[in-house]
Design a protein around this ligand. Sequence first.
Ligand SMILES: *Cc1c(COP(=O)(O)O)cnc(C)c1O
Length: 354
Amino acid sequence: MKKHNFSAGPCILPQDVFKEASQAILDFNDSGLSILEISHRSKDFVDVMEESRNLVLELLNLEGKGYKVLFLQGGASLQFLMVAYNLLEKKAGYLNTGTWSDKAIKEAKHFGEVIEVASSKEKNFNYIPKGYTIPEQLDYLHCTSNNTIFGTQMKTFPVTDAPLICDMSSDIFSRTLDFTKFDLIYAGAQKNMGPAGTTMVVVKEDILGKVSRHIPSMLDYQTHIGKASMFNTPPVFAVYTSMLTLRWIKENGGVAAMEEQNEKKAKLLYSEIDLNPLFKGFSATEDRSNMNATFSLIEEDLKETFDAMWKDAGINGLNGHRSVGGYRASMYNALSLNSVAALVDVMSDLERKA
Ligand SMILES: *Cc1c(COP(=O)(O)O)cnc(C)c1O
């Protein structure tokens, strides 16, 4: 039986996507060939790339606005480096809202001055900093829209003249935003978009080509733009499966419909966390993530009972990250309201038993 999968990533994808992707491994587009054995230069695969790019722009409402879409490898972690390699000439600003921002800062320091504009590190990243001043003359400002590990999410974004760069790995396609405010968005596919193995980059072309350093080909966004993400062999299956998920989002009402559903799921779980006297939330209420809810038991001695109960209910992937402890329920687009209800039932059962 299919589990209620709350895993933080790689994560649940729509069941229909799994089915269609499996079929394509056996026979892709009735070609008598597997998606895994065709040339990435074949028309069939070139069409997959093109449709994927178009769907990204359409779903983010960025068509005809000067953006290019890339499907790269190396994960969001390589983007920590590539962003700075391509854009950092003198100094860049970073909002430090979690482990991933911290890692992005570390990579950027190879290329220039990094100003930590604001940080919530002193409280183990349980909130999003506010009311900070953004320095002038930044090459760019970098932020992380959703902090997967800590369960916080930016509800508003900084206003600055500098290009705004955002790591949206764990909430891309989960909510509507004015995406034109961002000059570069990147996201590892495995959180809300597809299997591990590809990273989507959406970049406004006019911010590129401004640094004076020489950029090695594989690390230069312009190389990949020039070759339509086919400078080297792309991760064919990861891109194909991402395309299927993007189609699924579109067929199911687009990002706005995902957002509506995600809000319902988050409301259901957070109200249980707030009302059930056995549990407490980790992150500041106003900054709570609709994607990753972090919480814990108030009495640790109930842990064994609770763990056995949720496992019995067919729930998977609920253990918190080691830097937070407790539990983390990741509620990406493909997770149904029904699965969240199953978790909430277990939590209230525990209250009745305890
Ligand atoms: C998972 C995650 C990353 C790291 O992604 P990789 O693809 O494993 O490199 C970076 N940023 C955020 C916000 C993430 O959730």
